[in-house]
Design a protein around this ligand. Structure first.
Ligand code: TNX
Length: 517
């Protein structure tokens, strides 16, 4: 056994905590048996994958085969009595057998993902898997990717493919941005107009934001509750929690186009055709709170996640300043100003969500005017908001625009399709540290992890999304797994070069600029 090294890299991303390379290979063929518990999803996942990708149909057994039968064994036991982490696993490939051991199915699933990365990517006969000994567990609890389906809409099939890729890199959280000014994308039974009207816009901005050009093509789409359930179940099987985002009080134009009575002024409103921030937002009146609670009630029935994302970002106070009801409320509640009113808004929503046994998470603007008592903060305007929240003993997910905005360019804009601006290279993502130095060890415990955001103003197609996400997602995966070492970026890119064959096999589009730029 020797350590995997730059000379003999294994195509594993994220890099496991510990990986040793042994001598020889395991040869997989029709005689190989998969030993697992009767209903093991993880074993079925592996068997289905091998059949789909290689046309080899492995047989499953719940009785351990005789010693001379080549086997892939799923052992649900604690391989290391000191490690009870649900995501911990060991994977041992020997010439005669493959052993997957974990205390929970989460770990088994990650072992399967590592094994998938070790399978041949070229047609090779015989089918060989290198002997390895891996012992592995992640550093961060929240390993997330976000997807905006409002600025552009993406099919259920694509969302599932996205989830497959998240699973491959051992992410465990999918943040689904479902409502925004440009479209409301989730069916709500009590308010059918949200998708009938709010799911559509009468044109879309084309070219860069600065040009202010639009087409006149009706654009939209939404997911039925049935489809949402299907996605949530699909993700859950893959040990991914889907966190839904319902934006409030800002980014609400699509909702207001359907229910204009929830605004401060009388409308009418239209779902936005362009990008940016709009003045018309939810008015903090009783009718709005009942509406949002009813919406959230249906949302919570669909999504079992501990956290519900309530947005909270970019809410201009223009309308609230000119609204007699809002000003009256500020006086009546003894609030300082409109920021106080936003804090009141979020706190009221938090109370409702908490009453259902869930917690809220919001963009870092929810710090302004006072943080709701149990809220977690998603820090996007740098890491400052997150740092402040952690110091206040609130949970934090880091997602700063400096490292985690996959809508920014990944190379010289002259060589790239149109994007929002900025530059976040693969190497920059790889250098990200989700835990700010300003935090003590104690305070650092509040940093749950991080995620990248994929805002789709400039991504019209599924290929566009993949192009912006890959390969940067692989760098983030390694950061979140806790094995990224920016001083050994070359080691990462060596593994990535091998790993790209797998993306080719999966027909994933990725940006092909050199890894160093
Ligand atoms: C800011 S990040 C937004 C989004 C935009 C994004 C573009 C955040 C909480 N809000 O609405 O799509 O910038 O980068």
């Amino acid at each position: 056994m020797h350590l995997a090294s730059a000379q003999s890299p294994l195509p594993l991303i994220p890099q496991p905590k510990q990986a040793l390379i042994g001598k020889g290979d395991f040869t997989l063929d029709n005689d190989t048996r998969v030993f697992a518990e009767e209903n093991s999803f993880e074993a079925k996942f592996l068997i289905d994958y091998i059949e789909k990708q290689y046309g080899i149909k492995l047989k499953k057994t719940s009785v351990m085969p005789k010693e001379d039968v080549p086997v892939i064994a799923f052992n649900l036991q604690i391989p290391d009595a000191t490690n009870f982490d649900r995501e911990y696993y060991t994977l041992e490939v020997n010439p005669k057998r493959i052993d997957i051991s974990a205390a929970a199915t989460n770990g088994q699933f990650y072992a399967v993902q590592s094994l998938i990365e070790l399978l041949p990517t070229a047609k090779s006969k015989p089918f060989k898997i290198p002997c390895v000994q891996i012992s592995d567990a992640p550093k961060f609890k929240w390993r997330g990717m976000h997807l905006d389906v409002c600025r552009h809409f993406f099919s259920v099939d694509f969302v599932k493919k996205y989830i497959d890729c998240l699973a491959l890199y051992k992410f465990n959280t999918f943040h689904w941005h479902l409502t925004d000014d440009q479209g409301w994308r989730i069916e709500i039974k009590k308010y059918p107009k949200l998708t009938q009207i709010g799911g559509w816009r009468n044109g879309t901005m084309v070219g860069h934001y600065n040009e202010q050009r639009y087409d006149t093509i009706k654009y939209g789409g939404f997911y039925t509750q049935q489809q949402i359930k299907e996605v949530v179940d699909y993700a859950q099987e893959r040990h991914i929690t889907v966190v839904p985002e319902i934006e409030m009080p800002g980014h609400a134009l699509a909702a207001l186009s359907a229910y204009p009575e929830l605004a401060c002024t009388s409308g009418p409103f239209e779902a936005a055709k362009g990008w940016g921030v709009f003045d018309d937002v939810f008015c903090p009146k009783e009718e709005t709170f009942s509406f949002l609670q009813n919406v959230l009630s249906e949302v919570m029935d669909l999504f079992p996640s501990a956290y519900i994302h309530i947005g909270g970002d970019e809410c201009p106070k223009t309308r609230w300043k000119a609204c007699a009801h809002c000003q009256g409320l500020i006086k009546e509640l003894g609030l300082k100003d409109e920021h106080g009113l936003q804090s009141y808004f979020i706190t009221r929503i938090e109370k409702y969500v908490n009453s259902k046994g869930r917690k809220i998470i919001g963009w870092d603007e929810i710090l302004e005017g006072g943080l709701a008592p149990n809220a977690a903060v998603m820090s996007w305007r740098g890491t400052e908001g997150g740092t402040a929240a952690a110091k206040l003993n609130h949970n934090v997910v880091m997602s700063p625009g400096s490292h985690c905005y996959f809508d920014q360019y990944q190379a010289d804009p002259k060589t790239q399709p149109l994007a929002i601006g900025g530059l976040i290279t693969l190497e920059k993502v790889y250098s990200f540290n989700p835990v700010p130095e300003a935090l003590s060890t104690e305070e650092s415990q509040y940093i749950l992890g991080a995620q990248a955001n994929v805002w789709t103003e400039y991504m019209q197609t599924e290929d566009d999304v993949e192009y912006m996400v890959f390969p940067r997602i692989s760098a983030l995966a390694e950061v979140l797994w806790g094995t990224a070492d920016p001083t050994r970026y070359d080691d990462f890119t060596n593994r990535l070069s091998l790993h790209l064959r797998l993306l080719d096999k999966w027909k994933v589009t990725y940006c092909k600029v050199p890894f160093k730029n």
